[in-house]
Design a protein around this ligand. Structure first.
Ligand code: BG6
Length: 306
């Protein structure tokens, strides 16, 4: 049983002077604010959701957050790095279950916070299981997220199976990355990969990527059997964001484009133009079987290259 903790209690227990402080955002959600020699970052305890990361060397944030993002109990936050777990996309059989699982909309607890030798800040969070989560996922399990905020941002999502029986998860670190203009952006690293096209018009067709990914319309693709780094090449901001991962065999690339973003209602005016999601995932046939008393980790590291 975790004690959720008010910002005051967390500040007393875990604060590192100015480097880590806890406060409240929106409709009362608790947020950890990090400011160390390398970067600033924010993590919302609901969802274990990193909502900001900006290296001190960068003129602009690297992690994108919508100007209209809502910080409200039980609601997902538009932007940042939502944790999609224990299923990615729609649930396989239960139409009423939430898309992308429940991890991103339930409370998590901070279990540890330390300053590392290189002045990076490491925070570990754990999803709080409850009757609400067990109604959606009955397997005994422990989900934790380790966040290291430094010159790079590193996220490690670990699923522990606490029961005797194996279970299967799909998952994603659904990170929104800030770019200057989607039309002047390319994603490198997926050349030659097979992908499933999730846009309605494509109707689940599978194709192979030819050359870098470029954007001229809504793009929603699950690339399969790929473990390589991706690089977001951003001509307008004259920078590259490298995404290196391990324990992940799928990469999802998503941009809603104008019509879908307008329908979603929380992107803000033209917000969709300045973001792209490159998600480190295990989806479709890359779903992971975790044996009884076993565990699985998926890590991703974001770094900025000028
Ligand atoms: C992406 C999916 O990962 O997330 C898209 O591939 C989906 O199909 C998008 O639209 C956003 O999902 P949500 O639930 O955060 O609106």
């Amino acid at each position: 049983m975790f004690i959720l903790g008010s910002p005051e209690e967390l500040n007393n227990r875990l604060s590192m002077k100015d480097r880590l402080t806890f406060g409240k955002a929106g409709d009362g959600l608790v947020v950890a604010e990090i400011d160390n020699p390398h970067a600033t970052a924010s993590i919302c305890l609901q969802g274990g959701h990193v909502t900001a990361w900006q290296p001190k060397s960068a003129a602009q944030p690297v992690v994108w957050l919508s100007k209209l993002a809502k910080f409200a109990p039980g609601k997902s936050i538009r932007g940042g790095a939502p944790v999609c777990w224990p299923w990615f996309g729609a649930h396989a059989t239960e139409v009423g279950f939430p898309g992308h699982g429940y991890a991103r909309t339930v409370p998590w607890a901070v279990t540890q916070a330390v300053s590392l030798a290189d002045d990076a800040t490491q925070i570990t969070l754990e999803l709080i299981n409850s009757d609400q989560t067990r109604a959606l996922w009955s397997h005994p399990c422990k989900l934790s997220l380790e966040v290291v905020v430094g010159r790079t941002l590193k996220l490690t999502l670990t699923t522990g199976n606490l029961g005797d029986d194996a279970f299967v998860i799909s998952e994603a670190l659904h990170t929104y990355l800030q770019i200057g203009d989607i039309a002047q952006t390319r994603v490198l690293g997926l050349e030659g990969c097979e992908f499933l096209d999730k846009t309605v018009a494509a109707d689940g067709v599978r194709r192979r990527q030819e050359g870098p990914v470029t954007f001229t319309e809504e793009t929603d693709r699950i690339y399969l059997n790929t473990t390589t780094d991706c690089v977001i090449e951003d001509t307008q901001l004259a920078r590259r964001i490298r995404i290196a991962k391990s324990g992940s065999r799928s990469t999802v690339v998503w941009t809603p484009w104008t019509e879908k973003a307008d329908k979603m209602g929380d992107f803000g005016p033209d917000g969709w133009r300045t973001m792209v999601c490159v998600e480190s995932a295990n989806a479709l046939e890359n779903a992971v079987t975790i044996p009884g008393h076993g565990s699985h980790s998926m890590s991703v590291e974001y770094s900025l290259e000028n």
